[in-house]
Design a protein around this ligand. Structure first.
Ligand SMILES: *Cc1c(COP(=O)(O)O)cnc(C)c1O
Length: 385
């Protein structure tokens, strides 16, 4: 099976991890701050807080922004469940904003409409979590203007988008948001096995997230409520968690990030090849905005079902049977049984519904060979024509 995504680990990555294994620190050593420094350099942000997953980063990002009981968080329905779950961890409620028909990202038009309604009903969100689906940045400038007008905070879920650019600037610089979150799960652009990071330019948010990732404990005397009792002393100021990333994972991350450009470049070349080779098929190819330079985490095609004699399910299983590891990103979050119990109605998300009925992700990762990509193209031709 040709997988839809796969990590790319080389000898340098292996050596970096082995070096840490034989060093003094397996965790909380020098690699984590170095990893964070690498992230702030790459994203052009002031602070980076590395944690054990993007899910943890989303959770502490919400907490740092004060999300709690009675608050409302909005996100895109076409995302991994973690983008919505983070609000529920904080005791807040979640709602969704329908997607754009072309980019499949949260639609600024639908957002503005929903904000107008929410204002009348006194149900405005405290935080919005736009998701850069497949690595293509959302229209952050428009989202930012709306956040100013309606007074909500913004967390970018950039789990797919390290190495992507918006208006020529790196995603993660938080120019149009309060916090940006990246994931380093093995299917993403670069990996630490498990891991995530939150970037911000706001010192208070950074300090809050630093506390929350490690039990709410500080050793910094300037943050303490009374003078230190001695060198052993620490204080717990908040109810935090153990969301720390280890030095082993951070070392892998540092090594992987040296190849970020190369990974994104390889993915772009492969995407470009698909763009050219698939134009004659009854499918819609991924549309890119001028403002966006995608990191190409995913290559998502949409089936033109009216021009096809087969169903999405049929095409999906024929591709899998032919050894093409297709996937579907994502089932609308509100369709999950856990969310259905909260009473979401499909009729409010027509674009997300239509997307889910026709989308398929085809293989795209740096190790995909020209021969494998050709096999994907040939199979699509055979199955779709
Ligand atoms: C992968 C992913 C996450 C969660 O990332 P983890 O690092 O596995 O916790 C969150 N949001 C999106 C959009 C993702 O793709």
């Amino acid at each position: 099976m040709i997988p839809y995504g796969k990590q790319d680990i080389n000898q340098q990555d292996i050596d970096a991890v082995v070096d840490v294994l034989t060093s003094d620190f397996l965790t909380q050593g020098p690699k984590v701050p170095l990893f964070e420094k690498t992230i702030t350099d790459i994203t052009d942000s002031k602070y980076a807080i590395a944690v054990n997953s993007a899910t943890s980063a989303l959770h502490i990002a919400c907490l740092a922004l004060g999300v709690g009981k009675g608050d409302i968080v909005w996100t895109s329905p076409i995302t991994f469940v973690a983008s919505a779950n983070c609000a529920l961890y904080c005791g807040a409620s979640v709602d969704f904003v329908d997607i754009d028909a072309d980019t499949y990202n949260l639609s600024p038009v639908a957002l503005e409409e929903k904000l107008k309604q929410a204002k009348l009903q006194n149900k405005l969100p405290k935080v919005l979590i736009p998701v850069h689906l497949a690595g293509q940045p959302c229209e952050m400038h428009k989202i930012h203007l709306l956040s100013q007008e309606y007074g909500f905070k913004v967390i970018e879920d950039a789990s797919h988008a390290i190495g992507a650019k918006y208006k020529k600037q790196p995603v993660g610089n938080c120019q149009y948001s309060d916090i940006t979150v990246f994931s380093f799960h093995p299917v993403k652009i670069v990996t630490t096995a498990e891991g995530g990071v939150a970037t911000t330019n706001n010192k208070l948010l950074a300090e809050k997230m630093q506390l929350l990732r490690s039990h709410g404990i500080t050793r910094d005397e300037s943050q303490m409520t009374e003078p230190s009792h001695g060198e052993w002393y620490y204080q717990q100021l908040e109810l935090g968690f153990n969301y720390r990333i280890s030095d082993l994972h951070a070392a892998l991350g540092i090594s992987q990030l040296t190849r970020l450009q190369e990974f994104v470049e390889k993915r772009s070349v492969l995407a470009e090849k698909y763009n050219k080779a698939l134009t004659h098929l009854p499918i819609i190819l991924p549309k890119q905005l001028k403002s966006a330079a995608s990191s190409w985490h995913l290559y998502i095609i949409r089936l033109k079902l009216t021009a096809l004699s087969k169903s999405q399910q049929q095409i999906y299983s024929e591709l899998r049977n032919a050894g093409i590891g297709v996937n579907l990103h994502y089932i609308p979050v509100y369709q999950q049984p856990f969310y259905q119990n909260m009473g979401f109605d499909k009729k409010y998300f027509p674009e997300a519904e239509s997307y889910y009925q026709s989308a398929i992700s085809i293989p795209l990762h740096p190790q995909l060979s020209a021969a494998e990509q050709q096999q994907v193209i040939n199979c699509l031709e055979q199955i779709l024509i």
